[in-house]
Design a protein around this ligand. Sequence first.
Ligand code: LMR
Length: 327
Amino acid sequence: MRLLTAAVTSIALALGAQAAVAAPVEIKFSHVVAENTPKGQMALKFKELVEARLPGKVEVKVFPNSQLFGDNKVLEAMLLGDVQMAAPSLSKFQKYTKKLQIFDLPFLFKDMDAVERFQNGPEGQELLGSLRKKGLVGLGYLHNGMKQLSASQPLKTPADAAGKKFRIMTSDVLQAQFEAVDAVPLKKPFSEVFTLLQTKAIDGQENTWSNIFSKKFFEVQPYITESNHGVLDYLVVTSAEFWMGLDDDLKAEIQKALNEAIKYGNGIAAEKADSDKQKIIASKRSEVLELTDAERAQWVEAMRPVWKQFESEIGADQIKAAEAANN
Ligand code: LMR
């Protein structure tokens, strides 16, 4: 009898082990934007590629629009194993590293080509590992685009922003940037921005054309200044525990699919930076304001001292490398 029980137990264990091996790895990918955005499209492309190439082995579930977690919670949830991938904007990592703050410095990058050059260079690549000590792994950068300023009143010079309340992402650099023009920055989750603008609890915000369009901010903001004053890009992250637990072949396939999905998302980012802007102009809900060189120079002069304020946390060499990427 004892022998029989032992035999039954070992068969059950073997079957159990087989079932465990056979169960697909589940990747929950959580993000906060709409699906018709560079990040939304990248995440869906990643799912498509992974599931086509690793059928039955990996399943990707994408949760857009802060459905699963907002960016203020997602990294904690990742460390607890409740979500496996996310791509928060680079402005949302300051609790985990001060190094990525470089991307928030106002007027540092002249355009997205400069951002791309910096990210692909040695300094940018080194920053991918800046979260390692905190148990997170940076798998790649993804573009959204240059940020614009939207408001309830026209913003042409820094004096126009003085005293106005602006929603910002959770970044001390962005806080300093708005304080530099005597505005009042408020750190708020992305999911609350539309309502804050609609109810006039705040006067304005900064974001990319695709976010302003897809979340309908332009419908409740009569003016958008084409300032291109900063960049909003993402870091695709996972937890070290999850990543190190995958076998090497699987990891390589997932990383390859992600690289392709990022390339695809970057193409959409470039296209949407123009097409979503045109859609906003065509809607006539919001007036797009251009800055003269003299007006732009005033914003640069007012905001540029922020670089010095954060130089010791970010690193002077990193800032120099980023500036060099403009040429
Ligand atoms: C924001 O909070 O404004 C952005 O980070 C949203 C996003 O993910 O593009």
